[in-house]
Design a protein around this ligand. Sequence first.
Ligand SMILES: [Zn+2]
Length: 195
Amino acid sequence: MRVCSYELLCDVTLPGNVICTASLKAGTVSAGKYFYVDVSDSGSTSPASIKNLRFVATAQDGATWKITGKGGMFRQPAVSTINTSAASQFFNKTKAHEDVHVSEWETLAAGVPKYFNEDTFYDRIKGFTANTKDKLLNKVVEEYNKYFAEQSAAFEVQFGKTRALEKRAYHAEYDIEPKGVRERSDTWIETEYPE
Ligand SMILES: [Zn+2]
């Protein structure tokens, strides 16, 4: 997500007891005189992936190198980074946004991660052989490149492209306090994330 402008739908009392009241804007339920404030609420989410491909366990059997186990290869779950200060009242909004991204990458199928599942990937490479260890590991990396493209495509089929991902995440954060503000419109999201 990006730094956001919030439309404050509230009365603002200025020094001298001057009260500015937000009035209705035509065609909306509550709009009119807006107060904008830029809030530095930002975060990011790294998708799930499989790491340490070249640390898969191998063994030499005569002239042939084989895969013998997962070794140091592992699944890295999706991780979010929240840049908004924990002291900010907008921290929880930022977190709610990134939590949506994380939960989609961490979708389960039959109780195990559906995307970038290390068992599924291991099944694809466990029969690989080569005449050098380096060639064997290169085959693993090549297979991962294919797997990565397939997983990304499957994720997109289920959850849509960036624009759809961001709409769900922004809408989730709108439901989190403080609610006396109105965040970006769908039009803004569509402009920010063109497809
Ligand atoms: Zn986002």
